[in-house]
Design a protein around this ligand. Sequence first.
Ligand SMILES: *Cc1c(COP(=O)(O)O)cnc(C)c1O
Length: 424
Amino acid sequence: MKFNTECLHAGYRPANGEPRNIPIIQSTTFRYETSAEMGMLFDLEKEGYFYTRLQNPTSDAVAARICALEGGSAAMLLSSGQAASFFAVFNIASAGDHVVASSAIYGGTYNLFAVTMKRMGIDFTFVDPDCSEEELAAAFRPNTKALFGETIANPALTVLDIEKFAKAAHAHGVPLIVDNTFATPYLCRPFEWGADIVTHSTTKYLDGHAAAVGGAIVDSGNFDWEKYADKYPGLTTPDDSYHGITYTKKFGRGGAYITKAVAQLMRDFGSTPAPMNAFLLGLGIETLPLRMEKHCSNALAIAEHLERHPKITWVRYAGLPGDKYHTLAEKYLPKGACGVVSFGVKGGRAAAEKFMNGLEIASVATHVADAKTCVLHPASATHRQMNDEELAAAGVSPDLVRFSVGLEDVEDLIADIDRALERV
Ligand SMILES: *Cc1c(COP(=O)(O)O)cnc(C)c1O
């Protein structure tokens, strides 16, 4: 199936007389005839559902849909994008290990890595995503377990050179994990450029309607864990906490990573999505291609308008021919550069706030990438825990306004922007 068809049909095919939509299986547990059968499920000897904290049919259908869209071998849903970023890294790194990450990543991910996971004993080195191959190589250590980056960084809107990152990761025998939230598989499929694992905050475009917080992890099945068995004992040696299973032996290259994340991390951390939220996500994905096309064309029109506006000091949108990331966008995002535009208002921070207060259609919200236009000042909201130096490294200037262009008529949005700018 091609992409549009997969958005509607992948992951769930009803049998004769069954519900046309993915059913919401709102049940914590599943009934079995015998306790022996249940035992086989616990031993991963047999496939089946027994407790929704680990797996649920609604979530699995939607995970399979996202897996197909990314072109992966296995996938799982989680309760949030934060849980996805945490699981993706913690599944292969623990105390004493080290991870290299792009400095242009979502503020919440930065905090998770630099503060919380550091407290768990995992060291992170942050690199400028635009650094040279030599600088990137220099960030690796013998105990490095992964390289992490974001396709289109939130909110810096830098475009990741995925091939450069994949090459560096593989030269050092570690997988490249890419947060593909802003691009979605409609605009970019990181596996095609060498990424090994993809994460999502499905809260954004995949759901698309600001209805449910959620996350996803997809494995490409390409990374050869066995080749670096010493580095990844959690995947390549028996798991005592799971009846002595060796994930790579039992589930192969395509299934080991996700099975371990479900059997071990989901069991212990319980970051499970509600079946209802998984259903909403599946529904949102059905219209992903149509929505992304409109988000991109609206955003480009607004970026072009802002570029010409005398009260705007700078505009960042990789879809603009003059943008620093336009060449990378032409390569990795040929269908568009998503719906998020960032810019500075003449007069800095105070002017940015005044502008935002003057908007009538666009709402001030700690959200991004959904059907309705919203706007945020990251330096005083999502990134307020960062100092000026960290903000600069994350590509967030104090005057940056993040404008998430929705699906409204673009003429209405431009009129709203112009009205608000007149009041600044
Ligand atoms: C929002 C976001 C996250 C975190 O996702 P939640 O669903 O809010 O937990 C991670 N990465 C990116 C790029 C995001 O935009």
